[in-house]
Write a protein that binds this ligand. Structure first.
Ligand SMILES: [Zn+2]
Length: 414
């Protein structure tokens, strides 16, 4: 199902600054009209306003002068254009394949050189003023779309059937990576709705996708995310309560403890006596001290495992991180293999089962199954919406979710 909401033209830059406005901004594709007087503008008939445009692409060996001559400018005009351009963009730097355009409307002539996907050099000639140059940021054309899909085969296959680009799906996966293990936990019947802005450059090429809001139903659990740009200009995804969709891990699985042994490439084992690596961090604490999951995830192992004694392993939702909690005296109630646990949830209690000289928690953090030093993990803050912005956020969230659900049920075309 692919549903177009509305074709709007707006600037991506507006998105970063005033996200609320973007939903209302409707603007005609800009034709240079500021050089006509109000009166001329009123009497002008539309056919006459259609600019006469010609374009030339930079070929190997071309200089700006050569391309401008191909566009029909005389030698003296070429010199004037290059001189005017030099104040903002020296035309010595031109790239093969980039486009020069010449447009004429009545008494004015425009020369545009496409610098990159986001900007162009624009030169305007007006009688009495000569050539004036400026750098223009493109008004990217964009439209907002709402697409829903139900997973029958795989996320990427079904998304492709719904007409969604892989790049957009990767963004969706990234958005919910802390809540859903996309590699393992997707099921037939899971579904999602995504409202996104698709932007194009002036030649109609897709430039980017920005997810404005999305909801994902995974095994009956519904996750929602809304894009919000805070007063500092930082864009993040939040759930409808204003909690950041990104999360961080708890710094420690045990409160009120001290680190008795750190992660080390090799050390003398206190029981076995020989030297071997210590692939985790030991937290010394009294037997019975609660042990907490440092992040949301799924229990993938619960049981006795050699020197680890009673062990719990959790795979976190991003699918690449897992944590292990060893030497437990006992497990928390209702913790089984396959149980989903939340950050901070008590999963067991400190003990000295397996090879341990005293009560402590042996804690491991693994990246794709390989133990890394948990004390070296960077904890990037993932703060909720600021209290003083909560009401603004709630209003925006309400509007966006309303739009998403409304357009998900109507406007079926394509
Ligand atoms: Zn240890």
């Amino acid at each position: 199902m692919r549903k177009y909401m509305k074709v709007v033209t707006l600037s991506l830059f507006a998105l970063c600054g005033i996200p609320l406005l973007l939903l209302a901004a409707v603007q005609e594709k800009s034709i240079p009209k500021e050089t006509l007087t109000q009166q001329e503008w009123l009497v002008a008939d539309t056919a006459f306003l259609q600019p006469k445009a010609v374009a030339e692409y930079v070929q190997a060996g071309d200089t700006a002068g050569v391309v401008l001559k191909r566009l029909g400018f005389s030698a003296i005009e070429v010199v004037n254009i290059i001189q005017a351009a030099a104040t903002v963009y020296p035309l010595k730097k031109i790239h093969i394949g980039h486009k020069f355009t010449r447009e004429t409307i009545q008494h004015a002539t425009w020369v545009t050189y496409q610098i990159d996907a986001e900007s162009s050099l624009q030169l305007v000639f007006e009688k009495g003023k000569g050539w004036q140059a400026e750098i223009k940021k493109y008004q990217l054309d964009s439209r907002i779309e709402v697409v829903s899909a139900t997973i029958e085969e795989s996320l990427f296959l079904d998304a492709a059937k719904a007409g969604l680009a892989d790049r957009l799906i990767l963004k969706l996966v990234d958005m919910f990576a802390w809540d859903i293990d996309f590699a393992r936990d997707l099921r037939k019947g899971d579904s999602f709705t995504v409202m996104f802005e698709e932007s194009y450059d002036r030649d109609g090429r897709q430039v980017d996708y920005t997810i404005l809001a999305a909801s994902f139903t995974n095994r009956g659990r519904v996750f929602t995310g809304i894009l919000y740009v805070n007063k500092q200009g930082v864009a993040e995804y939040y759930n409808d309560q204003g909690h950041n969709l990104r999360k961080t891990y708890l710094k420690s699985p045990v409160k009120y403890s001290r680190i008795s042994s750190r992660f080390r490439a090799s050390r003398k084992h206190p029981v076995l006596g020989y030297t071997r690596a210590h692939r985790g961090v030991d937290y010394a604490a009294k037997t019975g001290t609660p042990v907490r999951a440092i992040g949301d995830g799924k229990v993938i192992y619960k049981g006795w495992k050699g020197g680890y004694g009673r062990l719990i392993e959790i795979r976190h939702h991003n699918g690449i991180h897992s944590t292990a909690y060893a030497h437990l005296s006992r497990y928390a109630k209702r913790i089984q293999k396959g149980t989903y646990v939340q950050q901070g949830q008590v999963i067991g209690y400190v003990g000295m089962s397996g090879l341990a000289t005293g009560p402590h928690l042996h804690f491991e953090f693994r990246l794709r199954g390989r133990a890394i030093n948990p004390l070296r993990i960077k904890h990037t803050p993932a703060a909720p919406v600021n209290k003083d912005e909560l009401s603004a956020f709630r209003l925006q969230a309400k509007k966006m979710l309303h739009m998403m659900s409304e357009f998900d049920q109507t406007d079926h075309w394509g």
